[in-house]
Design a protein around this ligand. Structure first.
Ligand code: KG4
Ligand code: ZN
Length: 339
């Protein structure tokens, strides 16, 4: 039996998970509420909260899994990309844990983790892995990419954002509207109550499979500023319609580029990954597109969409099988590439 403890601490969620022979046994996450009032993650506060959370979170993950420390065969951690101070907490914990228990360490790229979440299995729950090669739309707070995945360790980026990520487009819109961070889930909630065709925003003109969201952010900022001049209650009176219209625009941009990637590659095995894959509008739209275009669609279980250690654990399990270990000289990498 192979038992792995995994840690995720790249941004503002402290998470630990235990996986055994590829089946998830536990996944515990402490969300940091401290950033809410600042309209974004404050790196210094995030690292401090990780330090306070990591031991209780690991403890809870081991207990939930019914595993004791001496049964753990390897410890995995997110090496990057992410906030350096946040990553350092996870990396340092993993080093100490590996040294104290004389077990190997496995580094995981956070983005690889988001894609690997599609392979997470739990005992007694039916699951269908995506078949290689597949196309992933990876949409998170820091990244927006279209990736061709030909094997567990074979990936090729075929499109990405030239500026903001899709999650940032949600979060920055929320900030403009005076909503707390992270704005994505709130916009999702309000969008359900509004008319997506009420307001229209122009689409970016970038390459076939590339994205750009900074123009949209500016368009929303100016639109709200101009309307506010005419009616200081504009946002309050139109909040649901604004959220529905912005969300519709972001989804439409994502889907158009994904369709271009399908055309370009001829691959109809499609997957969605990353925090923005929690968006109900995006999930519904992709289901409709899959039915209309005969795609085989894979969407992660809702609880594995935003940052979690389960996705780090499943990546680490595949790395363990290939004996891809790292030594004590490993460092956290805020801009880690090579997904
Ligand atoms: O993957 P993730 O948890 O962290 C990063 O790796 O960045 O993604 C976080 C992003 C945030 O921008 C958040 O607003 C967005 O995912 N998000 C959503 C939803 N839930 C989370 N965006 C739209 N709708 C949601 N329901
Ligand atoms: Zn993430």
């Amino acid at each position: 039996m192979i038992t792995i403890l995994a840690i995720e601490s790249s941004c503002d969620d402290t998470s630990a998970a235990v996986i055994q022979d590829g089946y998830l046994l536990s996944n515990v996450t402490a969300n940091q509420k401290v950033h809410k009032k600042y309209g974004g993650v404050v790196p210094e506060l995030a690292s401090r909260a990780h330090q306070a959370n990591i031991i209780p979170v690991v403890d809870a993950a081991l207990k939930d899994a019914g595993i004791i420390v001496s049964e753990v065969d390897a410890i995995a951690f997110t090496r990057g990309p992410g906030l350096l101070g946040s990553l350092l907490v996870g990396v340092s914990f993993a080093k100490g844990f590996a040294l104290a228990n004389n077990i190997p360490m496995i580094e995981v790229n956070h983005l690889h983790g988001h894609i690997a979440a599609l392979f997470l299995k739990e005992k007694g729950i039916a699951h269908y892995d995506p078949q290689f090669p597949f196309i992933t739309l990876l949409v998170s707070g820091g990244h927006t990419q279209i990736i061709k995945v030909s094997g567990f360790f074979e990936k090729e980026i075929i499109g990405e954002t030239i500026d903001d990520a899709a999650g940032e487009a949600f979060d920055k819109t929320a900030k403009i509207l005076g909503l707390p961070y992270p704005g994505g889930p709130l916009i999702d909630k309000y969008a359900k109550l509004g008319n997506p065709n009420c307001f229209s925003f122009s689409r970016p003109k970038v390459g076939n499979t590339d994205f750009s969201f900074s123009g949209l952010k500016t368009a929303i900022l100016y639109f709200i500023r101009d309307e506010h001049k005419k009616n200081s209650d504009f946002v309050k009176e139109n909040l649901y319609d604004i959220c529905a219209s912005v969300q519709f625009t972001i989804i439409d941009i994502l889907v158009e580029k994904l369709k271009n990637a399908v055309k370009q590659t001829g691959i109809k095995e499609i997957a969605l990954a990353g925090g923005v894959s929690a968006n109900s509008g995006l999930r519904d739209r992709l289901r409709a597109e899959a039915a209309a275009n005969h795609w085989s669609l894979h969407i992660p279980d809702f609880k594995f969409t935003t940052d979690n250690a389960a996705m780090i654990a499943i990546t680490a399990y595949h790395k363990y099988l290939k004996k891809k270990f790292v030594g004590q000289n490993v460092t956290a990498e805020a801009r880690l590439k090579d997904i």
